[in-house]
Design a protein around this ligand. Structure first.
Ligand SMILES: Nc1ncnc2c1ncn2[C@@H]1O[C@H](COP(=O)(O)OP(=O)(O)OP(=O)(O)O)[C@@H](O)[C@H]1O
Ligand SMILES: [Mg+2]
Length: 245
């Protein structure tokens, strides 16, 4: 679905990412992991067309997409939910959701996708006429994921969907992400919650100082002593069954 080869980018003259190779197969969840400021969001921005690609290739669904304008990339089926939960507070939930369909004009299908988003997130249906500024943190996260779905993506990129949310809400969000994948949307997910991300994903990449430090099957990574030592401190119960239920 997505194949990144030798990607380099940065801000102005400052290079952040070097030689990034990454794949997201169809119908899979791939986790992009790493500490603060290592370049995870920068990579998503380059994939979305928000940052110029200096070197390398981005192939999406068989077509090169590097340096195409963001709306063209969205229309091709690659949608990013940005970090920081940026809903428009003075617009209603439903207005925010409809914004996600800005590249589309298939009215009937937009309406049916809106219904689908409400089945993923019944809370948003209850709150559809409320201003999004009145929502809780978890509800805003649901809203921005729902808005991403309104573009009808083939691949959805999520930047830290679990950040700053209560554990119960994190479980809900992750299990919905799994349902979204099962509906045929591939997922590239940036996460600081390494254990949860690896429980859900098939494959993971760890990025450090702008390069891929390690990659592998999620099961192997979760059992890797180096990953354990660096990222999986503390004991958390294996919640796979709950998430994947
Ligand atoms: N708009 C910008 N202009 C200049 N430098 C930036 C900009 N945004 C990020 N950077 C720098 O690029 C590097 C990578 O940042 P990035 O946001 O990609 O990290 P991240 O891995 O997403 O971190 P976090 O987990 O904190 O979100 C950091 O050194 C950061 O300071
Ligand atoms: Mg980030």
């Amino acid at each position: 679905m997505l194949k990144v080869t030798g990607l380099a980018t940065g801000y102005g003259k400052i290079q952040i990412l070097r030689g990034i190779n990454l794949n997201v197969p169809k119908d899979s969840i791939v986790a992009l992991l790493g500490g603060n400021g290592t370049g995870k969001s920068t990579l998503l921005k380059a994939l979305s067309g928000l940052l110029p690609v200096w070197e390398g290739m981005i192939e999406f669904d068989g077509q090169p997409i590097q340096n195409l304008p963001p709306h063209t990339i969205v229309r091709a089926g690659l949608t990013q939910v940005t970090q920081g939960k940026d809903a428009y507070p003075a617009m209603t939930v439903e207005e925010n959701l409809k914004l996600g369909a800005y590249t589309r004009n298939d009215k009937v299908e937009i309406a049916s996708d809106l219904e689908k988003v409400y089945t993923y997130f019944p809370r948003l249906l209850e709150r559809r006429k409320q201003f999004s500024g009145t929502l809780s943190g978890g509800e805003v996260q649901m809203l921005v994921i729902g808005r991403g779905l309104m573009a009808r993506p083939k691949l959805l990129m999520l930047d830290e969907p679990s950040a700053a949310l209560a554990p119960k809400v994190v479980m809900d969000i992750f299990s919905t992400i799994n349902r979204i994948r099962k509906s045929g949307v591939s997922i590239l997910m940036v996460e600081q919650n390494v254990r949860m991300a690896l429980l859900l994903a098939e494959y993971g990449y760890i990025i450090r100082d702008g390069v891929i430090l390690m990659e592998g099957g999620a099961r192997d990574m979760i059992n890797d002593p180096n990953v354990k030592a660096s990222f999986l401190g503390g004991t958390v119960a294996d919640t796979t069954r709950d998430i994947k239920a």
